[in-house]
Write a protein that binds this ligand. Structure first.
Ligand SMILES: Cc1cc2nc3c(=O)[nH]c(=O)nc-3n(C[C@H](O)[C@H](O)[C@H](O)COP(=O)(O)OP(=O)(O)OC[C@H]3O[C@@H](n4cnc5c(N)ncnc54)[C@H](O)[C@@H]3O)c2cc1C
Length: 549
């Protein structure tokens, strides 16, 4: 029975991490069943369809398509047969109140021109920045991100001294940018990625220059049909491989017996036995709410979760807009006048930034099929503190205040979009993100990527306390973002396979030991027989003993 269940895997949650883990485990010969509480898979990368508009709930752009290409190639399939990618280039426009603008592009010449425009004479330094970030990127992906490594010494020990120096982990992200750029605008634009990592550019390590660089080097893409078309592609692959996906099935608890997982119990009472459970539900939520355990485990999990630094929450708006919005590209980030104060409000003071940074995505500018003919699908994201940092907040009122600020910014900066043109609106607050997808404390992107929460310092993808319990997704290794959680699926599958091999080796050596022990037993029995015979007056040995005697 145990042997059968060891090949059965229950995956709790059909986010991209859960789907990717499922594919990898199926390819390794496991029988995989995914239980998803919502009516469709995708998790944060979900879908709202209304009145001819198609909105992606979370991710609005795809980076590092090679991660998806590898996933499909592992299954002998071609990613491009499942998903068609549309390039978004120039990808992101940054805008400031003082009228400054900066465009990110995969075209290096264009990038250098943009740098030159904002900081005359900066193009040689901008080129040096690209070269440096490229070297960092290679080191990070080749040696740090794409492997399971639990020992900090071995993790960093994989780097040469030069590579270690290159990572700039002792310098802040902003200071690292300052080695190349003096322009406040360039530093703010390239450093603004820190927000999604759960820190400020003044705290997070310099290695994160790989983020803006990665977007330039690998491009930003919109799957045709929206990001949800990517989820549908991965779901199709999973089903073709024989993975069972059960949607609308909430897991009430992860069952344990004697310190190891026994399967899952669904809401309504149905049980599913399995020797391996992979939870794609946000890791701190899994430990504090789903795992059946004693009080000790629960208390330790609550303490660990409270200690984990999480990324901010978000308020997101989905607007169906009548007509075209002139001057608004696919993706625009509005940065505040007082940039540092916005990070302080968000991360230290625990309040919605007064001077609000936010971004606007209009994917129908790239794929007109996402809106009725001539209309525009608009998605807006504004960062907020997590739920615990604003206890008792009225999140509907907060969302109203944020909306007012956004329209005021549009009016000041000449974006031709006012409220009267919005014919459809849906709003998700951090409470909605928590309730719909189980996001711990309403944090949008999972555990933060501070120095103490990356690599072997991040929560590992297996439980040290409950055998057979594994984690996949944004709050475990390697981290947040669609490509990262797909890599997380690969890493957790490798972990499960290597643990199973370790157990088989142990069992092999136990069997060997048993065989050896029984050989020893046989030898001892022969020796005892010899002694018995020696002591016996009628035995051969006895004869010899007799002879001696
Ligand atoms: C607003 C927003 C914008 C983003 N923008 C981008 C972007 O542009 N590019 C990018 O790459 N990334 C972006 N991200 C990050 C990216 O969406 C996430 O890192 C990634 O999708 C997380 O995937 P995951 O595998 O961790 O699982 P999740 O998406 O968290 O999925 C977990 C699944 O578990 C299910 N579940 C929860 N509880 C239960 C239960 N009890 N039983 C069964 N099922 C359960 C949930 O319904 C969900 O489907 C964005 C995220 C957000 C929120």
């Amino acid at each position: 029975m145990r042997a059968t269940n060891d090949r059965r895997v229950a995956i709790v949650g059909g986010g991209l991490g859960g789907l990717a883990a499922g594919v990898r485990l199926r390819l390794a010969g496991y029988n995989v069943t995914i239980f998803e509480s919502n009516e469709r898979v995708g998790g944060r990368a979900n879908l709202i369809e209304r009145g001819g508009f198609r909105f992606d709930t979370g991710p609005s752009l795809l980076n590092y398509p090679w991660v998806f290409e590898e996933l499909f190639a592992a299954a002998g399939r071609n990613f491009r047969d499942y998903v068609r990618l549309l390039p978004v280039d120039p990808s992101i426009t940054f805008r400031w109140e003082d009228g400054a603008r900066f465009q990110l592009s995969s075209d290096a010449r264009r990038f250098l021109n943009e740098c030159e425009r904002l900081e005359p004479g900066s193009s040689p330094a901008a080129l040096a920045f690209l070269r440096d970030a490229d070297a960092k990127f290679r080191v990070a992906f080749d040696k740090l991100i794409c492997r399971n490594e639990d020992s900090p010494a071995r993790w960093l020990g994989a780097l040469t001294l030069g590579e270690l120096r290159r990572t700039a982990i002792w310098r802040s992200f902003d200071r690292e940018l300052g080695r190349f750029f003096r322009s406040r605008h360039l530093r703010e634009a390239l450093g603004s990625y820190a927000m999604y990592l759960g820190g400020s550019p003044y705290q997070l390590p310099g290695v994160f220059t790989i983020l803006p660089y990665g977007e330039m080097a690998h491009g930003l893409w919109l799957p045709e049909g929206g990001v949800y078309a990517l989820v549908e592609g991965v779901e199709r692959l999973a089903r073709e491989l024989g993975i069972e996906i059960r949607t609308g099935r909430r897991v009430a608890r992860i069952r344990t017996e004697g310190g190891r997982v026994a399967g899952v119990e669904l809401e309504g009472g149905e049980s599913f036995a399995s020797g391996v459970v992979v939870s794609n539900v946000d890791l701190p939520t899994t430990d504090t709410e789903l795992v059946e355990s004693d009080e000790g485990f629960k208390a330790r999990s609550r303490r660990r979760a409270a200690r984990t630094k999480m990324t901010p929450g978000v308020v997101t708006f989905y607007w169906g807009v009548r007509g075209q919005v002139e001057g608004l590209g696919h993706h625009t980030i509005f940065l505040p006048e007082n940039y540092r104060a916005a990070f302080d409000d968000l991360l230290r003071r625990g309040r919605v930034p007064r001077d609000l940074p936010f971004y606007v995505s209009a994917p129908s500018q790239t794929d007109p099929g996402l809106a009725p003919p001539g209309d525009t699908a608009v998605f807006v994201l504004a960062p907020t503190p997590t739920l615990g940092r604003m206890p008792g907040a009225d999140w509907r009122a907060e969302a109203d205040a944020i909306r007012t600020k956004i329209f005021a910014t549009f009016a000041r900066q000449g974006v031709a979009l006012d409220r009267s043109r919005v014919v459809f609106e849906e709003v998700y607050t951090p409470e909605d993100w928590r309730r719909r997808f189980g996001l711990y404390d309403g944090s949008a992107f999972g555990a933060a990527h501070t120095l103490g929460q990356v690599g072997p310092f991040r929560r590992k993808n297996f439980s040290a306390e409950i055998e057979g319990l594994y984690y996949v997704g944004a709050s475990t290794t390697p981290g947040t973002g669609m490509p990262m959680v797909v890599l997380s699926g690969k890493l957790v599958a490798e972990r499960i396979v290597s643990h199973a091999e370790g157990r088989a080796r142990d069992a092999g050596s136990r069997a060997g030991a048993a065989r050896a022990a029984s050989r020893v037993g046989a030898v001892n029995a022969e020796a005892r027989e010899d002694l018995r015979r020696a002591a016996s007056p009628v035995g051969g040995a006895g004869r010899s003993v007799g002879r001696v005697r």
